[in-house]
Ligand binder design. Structure first.
Ligand code: ADP
Length: 730
């Protein structure tokens, strides 16, 4: 069941639960309208088949409905619900909802023996029924756009809500720029500032108001007005203030968005306009993350119910450090509720601590960035010259990484120089200082304003580069890009004896849509590319509804199958072809047969996702032709090579936030290391949810150089889910 506030991605979770259960021979029912359906019984409880969850993966909201149900809050309602469950021999429950729904589920589980006893006493059930159902197993998945539950790093729906907010903010920023205005935008989050904070971080907002961290000044309005006035003085035309629904001042008084607009107008005569985003944040198609993460979670929920017969308490299946984890349900909920208590007691530091590392780090980065000003008063700093550049193919998010590096470098009292056109530009001395205002508009821009390409320096190029580093007196270097950047940084390190100019600290920041870099679970740009792919595939699928057709869709990634795998999972592909797992003629033959059988049984559309270099011989045209020929009259085949749309578009909020945080940490690292001791050459990355640095020499051992990808990739094991869910029946 899905219950409470709906969240995009719930459908993906329901689909995964139903299909995993059915393929294990388990009977599945859906309660329509959450607990209401459970209490009402009858037609509100439906037996689910394989096809009941067809065509819902990409839809927002929840197909099986959600509701708030007063009756379930009373024991009488829960008694009726228990009767309906026992009638259908249901004794395992997957509840997808927020903390209210999950609390209700836990209560139901705890009361279960007494409910059964009462039903027996009232002769609503037989003795045999009572003995057959001594307990109810519960597993919860957290559906909430607020990302407010302790114990899971992400809740279902939060990523999509952030995307909706980012789309709105991008649209607003273009109109704000034409009019010299300040936009005040209110986003959801009654007790949790996650959406406000992450959207502020990823939109380059100037000020954010969240429940967990009220403004430090007694007069918050003055602090806000000073900030907006200072921006104006620095040359900024427009400003953006994000207000969380639950924002408070330091005494605990609510601050609403109307007040914010009012003070800006009255105190500094600012042309301030208010936008309250409201329910658009809940709507629309789920993002790639909400589709694949919910799919993985739904699968894990059923596995958990099958594996752990004797859970001592109700559990939640959540995500911790990019891994699926079972967490005690009530412990999570108590922690979540205690944060609300801490906020009302004004114990803000503790509240932030409980929100977890990602929240704290994002807040710190936002604060530093919003403090950063063009003419900082820095004392006792010997100014460094920090070089920043892009390298390898385009990755959305490169610009925001450069912007962050420039602003934070300047704020710390240093000069930041940008290289045009990647290593080609470095060889040709295309190096220019970047000012605070040069990068003002770079937050939302896709592409690479500095320019990027795949040129790798060789032979005499190193001499030219060393000369240019020397003539520009470079003390430290940040390379934002893919394997080309990593390999070149490694060569710089090797050639230090020959060229002392290379003896500087260097950080490589992972930015490539391919996500093929060692030392990080994710690279900047991959999330945006995945979202571009699923949007394209959604359209392709729609176009096929009228015909019996198989689509072979080729995505980028070179020898790394990340994009194919994750977009396959997020679009419900029947098969993915990856270089990592190989493709044989036998596989292709089996797949044609699988499709033939499925279309003969009534299937209307098939989808295969292929990574571009999956196999040298079995290319996309080859596979399409083979399928077409062998499919005969049963289905026809179309190929679609998605191409460069995957590298384009505005970066997703996830990529923006990641680029910002990684760039901020990179600057910290470079400033700390430059001119002191051994000059490390490192990559920065997200590993198990934390930002850390890896020595490039260690990374070299982790890479399969022939195919330019890590030897171990965390996502390869997900193929079994594609094969499981891609079947045409249980
Ligand atoms: P969310 O799950 O999004 O937090 P609610 O708090 O509104 O949403 O809860 C959804 C439904 O879960 C409620 O309408 C009610 O049926 C059930 N529920 C919530 N809290 C409890 C509780 N303490 N006891 C029993 N049922 C509850």
């Amino acid at each position: 069941m899905t219950s409470g506030g709906d969240a995009p991605g719930m459908n993906a979770a329901v689909r995964a639960v139903v299909k995993t259960a059915l393929s294990n021979g388990i009977e599945v029912y859906a309660f329509y309208q959450g607990y209401q359906g459970m209490v009402d019984g009858g037609d509100s409880i439906k037996n689910m088949g394989w096809d009941s969850v067809g065509g819902i993966l990409h839809k927002g909201g929840t197909k099986i409905g959600s509701a708030r149900c007063m009756k379930f809050r009373e024991r009488a309602g829960r008694l009726k619900a228990a009767e309906n469950l026992i009638e259908r021999q249901i004794d395992n429950l997957v509840v997808i909802g927020g903390d209210g729904s999950l609390t209700g589920a836990n209560l139901f589980r705890e009361e279960w023996p007494s409910l059964v006893e009462e039903l027996l006493k009232k002769k609503k059930i037989t003795k045999k029924q009572a003995t057959n159902h001594p307990k109810l197993n519960i597993v919860g998945l957290v559906g909430s756009i607020d990302n407010d539950l302790s114990g899971t790093d992400m809740t279902i729906g939060a990523d999509t809500a952030l995307r909706r907010i980012a789309e709105a903010l991008d649209a607003l920023s273009s109109t704000a720029a034409s009019h010299q205005r300040t936009f005040v935008v209110e986003v959801m989050g009654r007790n949790c500032g996650y959406l406000a904070l992450m959207s502020a971080l990823s939109s380059g907002a100037d000020y954010v108001l969240i429940p967990e961290r009220p403004p430090e000044a007694d007069d918050w309005a003055k602090e806000l007005c000073d900030k907006i006035s200072a921006n104006k003085k620095a040359g900024k035309k427009n400003s953006l203030v994000i207000v969380s629904e639950g924002a408070k001042d330091k005494k605990g008084n609510p601050i609403n968005s109307f007040q914010v607009v009012d003070v800006l107008k009255k105190r500094i005569d600012e042309d301030a306009r208010l936008t309250i985003l409201g329910h658009v944040q809940r709507g629309g198609a789920p993002t790639a993350f909400d589709r694949y993460a919910s799919t993985v979670l739904g699968y894990a929920a059923v596995q958990h119910l099958m594996d752990e017969e004797d859970d001592k308490e109700s559990m939640i299946i959540g995500l911790q450090k990019n891994r699926v984890k079972a967490i005690p349900l009530m412990e999570s909920i108590k922690k979540t509720q205690s944060i609300v208590g801490l906020i009302s007691n004004k114990e803000f530091d503790k509240a932030i601590e409980l929100r977890g590392g990602n929240f704290r780090e994002s807040l710190e980065t936002f604060n530093t960035l919003s403090r950063a000003m063009p003419d900082p008063k820095v004392e006792n700093v010997i100014p460094l010259n920090i070089l920043v550049m892009n390298a390898s193919t385009l990755a959305p998010g490169m610009n925001i990484a450069v912007r962050t590096a420039v602003r934070l470098g300047i704020e710390k009292g240093h000069r930041v120089l940008g290289v045009k056109n990647a290593f080609k530009g470095l060889i040709n001395n295309e190096i220019e200082e970047l000012s605070w205002m040069d990068v003002e508009e770079w937050t939302t821009l896709g592409g690479s304003e500095l320019g990027t390409n795949r040129k790798m320096p060789e032979n005499r190029d190193f001499y030219a580069i060393a000369k240019n580093l020397e003539s520009n007196n470079i003390h430290a270097m940040l390379i934002i890009g893919g394997m080309v950047g990593y390999e070149t940084a490694y060569h710089f390190c090797e050639k230090r004896n020959e060229f002392p100019a290379f003896d500087i600290p260097i950080v490589c920041l992972p930015a490539t849509i391919n996500n093929n870099l060692p030392g990080t679970d994710f690279s900047v740009g991959a999330d945006t590319a995945l979202n571009s792919i699923i949007e394209a595939v959604d359209k392709i699928k729609e176009s096929a509804v009228a015909n019996k057709r198989v689509f072979v869709v080729e995505v980028m990634g070179r020898y790394c199958g990340y994009l194919a795998m994750m977009s396959g999972l997020a679009t419900g592909a029947e098969r993915v072809y990856l270089h990592e797992n190989g493709v044989t003629l036998q596989d292709l033959q089996n797949d044609v047969n699988m499709f033939k059988k499925a279309f003969n049984e009534g299937k209307r559309m098939g989808l295969v996702l292929k990574s571009e270099y999956a196999n040298e011989i079995y290319t996309t045209p080859f596979i399409s032709a083979l399928f077409e020929e062998d499919g005969g009259d049963i289905f026809d085949v179309r190929q679609s090579i998605l191409g460069h749309l995957q590298q384009g578009g505005n970066p997703s909020p996830y990529d923006r936030a990641m680029a910002t945080k990684l760039a901020a940490k990179s600057i910290d690292f470079l400033v700390k290391k430059a001119g002191k001791g051994k000059h490390d050459v490192v990559s920065i990355g997200l590993h198990g949810g934390h930002i850390d640095y890896r020595n490039l020499e260690d990374l070299a051992k982790m890479v399969d150089l022939k195919y330019s990808r890590p030897k171990e990739q965390w996502w390869t094991r997900l193929e079994r889910l594609i094969n499981l869910f891609g079947r045409s029946s249980a």
